[in-house]
Design a protein around this ligand. Sequence first.
Ligand code: ADP
Ligand code: MG
Length: 709
Amino acid sequence: MPTRAAPAQAAKAPAPGPASAARPPSAPQRALHKLGLVRDIDLALHLPMRYEDETRLVTIASLRDGVAGQVQGTVVDSRIEQRARRQLLVRVDDGSGELLLRLLHFHPGTQKTLAPGTLVRVKGELRAGFFGREMVHPEFRAVQPDTPLPAGLTPVYPSSAQLPQAYLRKCVASALARAPLHELLPEGTVLAGLPSLREAVQFLHQPPPGTDLDALEQRHHPAWQRLKFDELLAQQLAQAQARAERARLRAPVLAARPGGLAERLLAALPFALTGAQQRVVAEIAADLARLQPMHRLLQGDVGSGKTVVAALAAAAAIDAGWQCALMAPTEILAEQHFRKLVQWLEPLGVGIAWLTGSRKGRGRREQLAAVADGRAGLVVGTHAVIQHDVAFARLGLAVVDEQHRFGVAQRLALREKLAEAEAPPEPGGPKLEPHLLMMSATPIPRTLAMSHYADLDLSTLDELPPGRTPIVTKVFEDGRRAQVLARIRDAVAAGQQVYWVCPLVEESEHLDLQNATATHAELSALMQQAVPGAMVGLLHGRMPPAEKAAVMSLFSGGTMQLLVATTVIEVGVDVPNASLMVIEHAERFGLAQLHQLRGRVGRGAAASVCVLLYTAPLSPTGKARLKAMAETTDGFEIARRDLEIRGPGEFMGARQSGDALLRFADLAQDEPLLRQARDAAARLLAAHPAAAQQQVDRWLGAKTEFLKA
Ligand code: ADP
Ligand code: MG
């Protein structure tokens, strides 16, 4: 795998900040590095998230309740008191009136700093409390009568607890003076009317007095536009470079033969492909028949039939004498794929191996041997497929299902695995890399596809198999739980199959489990009385895989009517007969997650219903999510709204990392800029490749590695 050399600046950049480089880094210096603030240019491009106006003092008497202000006065009293808790109470007088500072967290030295007689400058929000006019935890510092007020707005930077604003401000200011901010882009690249990069950066760090704070914080200001454009341009360039690099790599040619395995599979399927499936299968087949490795993302809403597309691609690879690996994020899903693929491909003579974390010992060794000597044409499993002891004979195609569920580390491991799985090159010929097909049921909004996924080719299944009746979604407050229970009882009595999804407990798998167990007991008791003989199952992440598999097979076989589950059923689970789903505490789930969960029903011909139970009061975003769910079942519309409600996090999947690649541009807002950047990137790469490289280095530095994941 080719790697780009680290940008030249990274190596020689001294640790910023006042401390000498010879000493071990101080806590704030370490915190700077953690935020990726290493080079002068990194600090210069670390822009304020907002500003504070410290240019004016007001009198204590003129402070209004709930309004922030800055005052200056003399400490007249300072004492520690034990009220509800220990606190430092400081009274300040400026001649116009008195103000109480209340500090609940304070250092032993704080009381000394605020000794009576000290002149202090205090900034905070006034609260007219029970004990009089006060500020709780204001910013303050001791000053001299002639200490000047800042002339411009004071920037507030994104920071961390270990990194005080004052220190960060100093580092940024000194880096700003040194940072190489000269114009890299040839004339005509940047929209007319936007400032130079240096002007824009200078302006945003140190806005002159009188600047309109609102325009600045809304980020419509031309200085912001310039920065967003440059950032988007760097991103577009990096993706175009990744694509160009890939075009130089070589992969095995996996052309389908007339009458070959793919055609035989197609003939044996119990259904005909939808138009969308046919189109996507053709797109993939064309890629596989090329010398360059495919890097394609197949997105299709839940239930759109991605698995069979993957199976047809696998058939083409196997037919050409190569192996295919299919990786799924959970054991339940991997097993389900395994069963389906065995059913489809084994009758056609394909050997299929099965690798998961829980499969150990002799069984595992046998599977590994079949993978290594090529008897297994298809290898299905969880991330166990990319463990170090798995060696493929001739890996030609890797398929990653629900790719957004894999983390960065797993994605990189996969790429490495693929690299080491190269077939022995022809003497003197280029090395071969496998083709890569990623699949996702979380549709990617257009702007995101244009930005973060610009280096991938995209295929879309925008049509559901025929005969599906749309899911009806109902949103009920928790108070109507009894009514919902009655409905479940009737459905089970009528022979329907039902999912009951338990509330998500943030950060606690243990509580999730407790919840699920209690709900299972409650529903079992209810069914016992109402529908004797009905079987109620429980499925959660902590169960041993064999037990999970047993429960799943009872449910998919129709023996079990009601399945109480945690979000382990979220991805991919396919039981077409299930037609009713209840999601408890739906307000706790993300929108994409709710859509995924709901996608477990509506997979067969029966009319399906999804009931979302929530507990009031709803937060505004919680409300927006439930409203979106009630209004649409279209995954693309859901994704668009999710992007609006929450920003791009959820879609990033593997690319989601501490340092998101876009810090300033907002994909929900900046589509026009994104389009301009995309066009500019193409022109720049063609005419000025050196400037393009410098632009990438300036903005992304070491981050370009993430693009390879
Ligand atoms: P997803 O895209 O969510 O992974 P699946 O591949 O699990 O969807 O397919 C959902 C269901 O639809 C499966 O039961 C599958 O066998 C079935 N299916 C797929 N394609 C078709 C089709 N063209 N006609 C009818 N049923 C189909
Ligand atoms: Mg699937």
